[in-house]
Design a protein around this ligand. Sequence first.
Ligand code: ADP
Ligand code: GN1
Ligand code: MG
Length: 348
Amino acid sequence: MITSDISSVLRHFKTEGSHAHARPFGSGHIHSTWLIEAGNKHDPDYILQKFNSNVFPLTAETMNNIRLVTGHLRQKWGPGSGFEVPELIECTDGGVYHTGSDGVHWRLYRRINPGISYDQVPNENVAYEAGKIFGKFIAYLSDLQPDKLSVVIPGFHSAELRYEQLQTAVKNDPAGRRAEVEAEIAFAGKHYDAMLELPRRQQSGEVPLRVTHNDTKLNNVLFDDRGRAVSVIDLDTVMPGLSLYDFGDLVRTAAGTGDEDEADLNRIGFNRALYKAIEKGFLEQTRHFLTPAETALMPLSARYMTWIMGIRFLADYINGDVYYQTHYPGQNLRRCRAQFRLMETMEF
Ligand code: ADP
Ligand code: GN1
Ligand code: MG
């Protein structure tokens, strides 16, 4: 079944075939996503997204970044390469997104099929493949000048900015939740100085700005049914960044045990073999151009990104769950606690 609302959005895109079903899809925290299944098995399926302009207010710039990056990747990751570049479907008016009369933005991708995604890593091969495809992603974009891309979320992975945002949340305490999370606020503060090592090494020039993905969680990689990573999706945050952000966030999501919102903290642990598999895949693609500091700081980057995500979930909990999609009360706090436990268990 397809509701009339979804049908009327789809009408603005140049699609092929008929559409039989639409159902909520994936486990992203930002956009609302539906899988649009074709009426006939020879026709393509699509991925429809209601774009979150609260998180990405620079919609045109964000979509333009995606166009630039997919265009660049397509030159190297073309047909026959075994990789699939996400493909935006053009609108009937020639644009790459449709704005409804209520101001809501929509976009449509061709579905990468089967396009298997994992919220938790099932084995070392998946960890290795994910490391390799994100390494390849940075390598293939290394000849695209970072300043060609718009900075769509300034300070996205800045420890200073994220810590300041946490302090603002704590000070204003808009949802009256502060007293409940004093231990987590203290944990965030205890590690702040150590995290500043990364921005310091960036300022010194030892760690360069590159075009990076910046949202390299494991479920932003799609796999085929033989366990090969075939695509990198969720390109909204591709902008100037550090290779270490990409490596670190992948380790956060693919080298640990337990869900991102695991309630039983005893189930959270860091798996060094998975870490090594990610590192192997990533370095195979990048070691020839990474600077010595980028390689040396890889373990720190895993702690850094896990800390950043922990404090972002914490700030959102204190703010009353206004940023991330949540499915039950207290989910952001659970996510925060799980990140902090993971960070504590990381040994390299
Ligand atoms: P969010 O920013 O909310 O995480 P994503 O762009 O990651 O949104 O999409 C959410 C989910 O939809 C993904 O985790 C994936 O399962 C699925 N998905 C997105 N784009 C595609 C695509 N082109 N082909 C197949 N699945 C996709
Ligand atoms: C969000 O879009 P998604 O679910 O892949 C977030 C990331 C966080 C992640 C935590 C734009 O990613 O920064 O790491 O949740 N994306 C944005 O799971 O804030
Ligand atoms: Mg995603």
